[in-house]
Design a protein around this ligand. Structure first.
Ligand SMILES: Cc1ncc(COP(=O)(O)O)c(C=O)c1O
Length: 441
């Protein structure tokens, strides 16, 4: 079977953008930035070799969805070409081998997040489905009218809307942890927000807009100490990408993440919960593969994880998610973190020198996600000019409308950094912003 091989780099990677910046009126490179950061992993990602609008691609939108390395693309292809068959039910060799690969991926995910027990890993379509599963299964079973759910104002809609749906369905009440000026949560108010009526705290590990890293382990320890009955759900969608997480250390009751931001395929995500919690929950969708017995007068259900995986799952995608985890493992989070943080610092320093830029989220140890506005320049217009310059960033509310309200803006421009980014991407972005300012003001 032919495998996908790296194609030739099609765009120049010379210091063109650096020259552009140095020659821009009023711009001087920051004195502390002397070394150029390169990425030895860029060539692992075939899409990055393609120009965008005829320009070298500076892909700074990994927070929305990351590019895929050859190994993941090969794994997807292999899952269909080697011994493709449906899983769990076939008594023939192909089905059994495919089942073994699928279940091996579950084991890999469990090890990757320090879950201990692979039965704690439910494959879902994405984070959104993982959180909806928790809301519709655990929430509908254990919450009643008047119970309180605590969220934060920095949540992605994926961790807001499912609880609003539950509010409509059963009458729960929702409270929000507010935000401080620097983009951190005001966790000092949390003890006063907790009460005997609080049943769940659901919060993001890393903000997809501000890059703020929330101290989830400390929050969980504090809440469990004073209110042991409160369940805690963590949205890890942006966290697993940038650093190692360990379920036994964090102590969450639910942890959700999505494969496509983790250099894996779309269509696959994960809900983690300790087995005893999953075993206490009813199914939320019914169908094949999740039952024990079905009779005309009733149904009994399979134990977790099957109970929550009705129908044919995303088989190839789960297997390829395992390969994405292998890919990250061969590099290691120490290197990924150091690379991303160096680029984040370079970006922050260079942004300081662009007139009119206002940053949102200034926590010193934040993830490599940088949101900003440019005074007098509508974000959508800036994005269009960046697009013409080969720069992919995200502009909008980032599925965080309540957060935008708190920040007092409609939109921000967000650059999010992955392991394949380099100084040239940063310079290309800065040059694009300078051009946008010239054209728009
Ligand atoms: C913090 C956070 N939570 C949840 C999601 C939803 O992810 P998905 O669309 O893969 O379900 C995202 C996606 O941007 C996110 O950034």
């Amino acid at each position: 079977m032919p495998s996908l091989m790296p194609s030739q780099q099609r765009c120049s990677t010379e210091n063109f953008w650096m020259d552009q910046i140095m020659n821009a009126p009023g711009m001087k490179p920051h004195p502390t930035i002397s070394t150029r950061i390169t990425s030895r992993w860029r060539s692992d990602f075939p899409a990055l070799a393609n120009p965008m609008n005829g320009k070298r691609l500076a892909f700074l939108d990994s927070g929305a969805s990351a590019q895929k390395p050859y190994s993941v693309l090969n794994a997807l292809q292999n899952a269909y070409c080697a011994h493709y068959a449906n899983i769990h039910r076939g008594l023939y060799e192909f089905s059994q081998r495919q089942t073994a690969d699928f279940e091996a991926a579950r084991e890999k995910v469990a090890q990757f997040i320090g879950a201990g027990d692979a039965r704690s890993i439910i494959f879902t379509r994405n984070s959104t489905e993982a959180i909806n599963l928790a809301a519709q299964s655990w929430g509908r079973q254990y919450l009643q009218a008047g119970d309180e759910v605590i969220l934060t104002v920095m949540e992605h809609h994926a961790n807001l809307v499912p609880w609003h749906i539950l509010k409509t369905q059963i009458g729960i009440e929702i409270k929000y942890i507010p935000l401080r000026e620097n983009g951190e949560l005001d966790l000092e108010v949390l003890p006063q927000m907790l009460s005997a009526r609080t049943k769940l705290l659901a919060m993001t590990h890393v903000s997809n807009v501000l890059g703020t890293v929330n101290p989830v382990r400390e929050v969980i320890a504090q809440v469990k100490h004073s209110h042991p009955h409160v369940k805690i759900l963590i949205d890890g969608s942006q966290a697993v990408v940038h650093s190692q997480v360990n379920m036994r250390e964090i102590g969450a009751d639910f942890y959700a993440f999505t494969g496509h931001k983790l250099y894996g395929p779309t269509g696959i995500g994960v809900l983690y919960a300790p087995y005893e919690i999953l075993d206490s929950m009813p199914p939320w969708q019914g169908g094949g593969d999740m039952i024990d017995r079905v009779r005309l007068d009733g149904v009994s259900f399979a134990p977790p994880p099957a109970r929550f995986e009705a129908g044919t799952p995303a088989i190839a995608e789960a297997i390829a998610l395992g390969t994405a985890i292998d890919y990250i493992g061969t590099i290691g989070y120490a290197k990924i973190g150091a690379h991303e943080q160096a680029l984040r610092d370079e970006l922050l320093q260079k942004l300081e020198q662009v007139e009119g830029v206002k940053l949102y989220g200034t926590q010193p140890q934040k993830a490599a996600i940088v949101s900003f506005t440019m005074e007098g320049c509508p974000a959508a217009d800036v994005a269009m000019i960046l697009d013409q310059s080969g720069v992919a960033v995200r502009v909008g509310h980032h599925c965080c409308q309540p957060l935008m309200q708190c920040l007092g803006v409609e939109h921000t421009i967000r650059a999010s950094i992955g392991l394949y980014n380099d100084s040239e991407d940063i310079d290309q972005l800065i040059a694009g912003l300078i051009k946008a300012r010239k054209l728009l003001i």
